[in-house]
Design a protein around this ligand. Structure first.
Ligand SMILES: [Zn+2]
Ligand SMILES: [Zn+2]
Length: 126
């Protein structure tokens, strides 16, 4: 499943480290704190408290601009995707392997967008 080859950040080329939350392995850049998710794994962490543990960096000034970056897995030029219901929030996505890259601070926003229904779900369980 997970490759053992160390990944380099698609944005700043620094080494990425593997961070494990909720049984999901995510790559985090040791320099810009950007986050890499394999095929749609970011959705598994939507509404999870772990998003704050994972996404510890400050949002860079260029976070809302589209980055011309290549997928670190399959080297396809990535496309910039807007997040529905989140004005100004964009992340980069690979159309081939479905990996995605979030700038530091962006994933907290992205994951937080699912918090509403998650809280409701918890309330319903209790
Ligand atoms: Zn980086
Ligand atoms: Zn890819």
């Amino acid at each position: 499943m997970e490759s053992e080859i160390p990944m380099n950040c698609p944005k700043c080329k620094a080494v990425m480290e593997t961070v494990k939350v909720d049984e999901i392995e995510v790559e985090r850049c040791t320099s810009c704190m950007g986050l890499w998710f394999d095929s749609n794994e970011q959705d598994l962490l939507k509404g999870s408290k772990s998003a704050a543990v994972l996404d510890v960096g400050d949002k860079p000034a260029d976070a809302s601009e589209p980055h011309k970056i290549q997928c670190p897995v399959c080297h396809t030029p990535m496309i910039s995707l807007a997040v529905r219901g989140h004005k100004g929030l964009k992340y980069e996505s690979c159309t081939v392997c479905f990996g995605s890259f979030f700038d530091a601070g962006e994933f907290r926003e992205y994951a937080g967008s699912g918090a509403g229904w998650f809280k409701k779900l918890l309330a319903a369980v209790r």
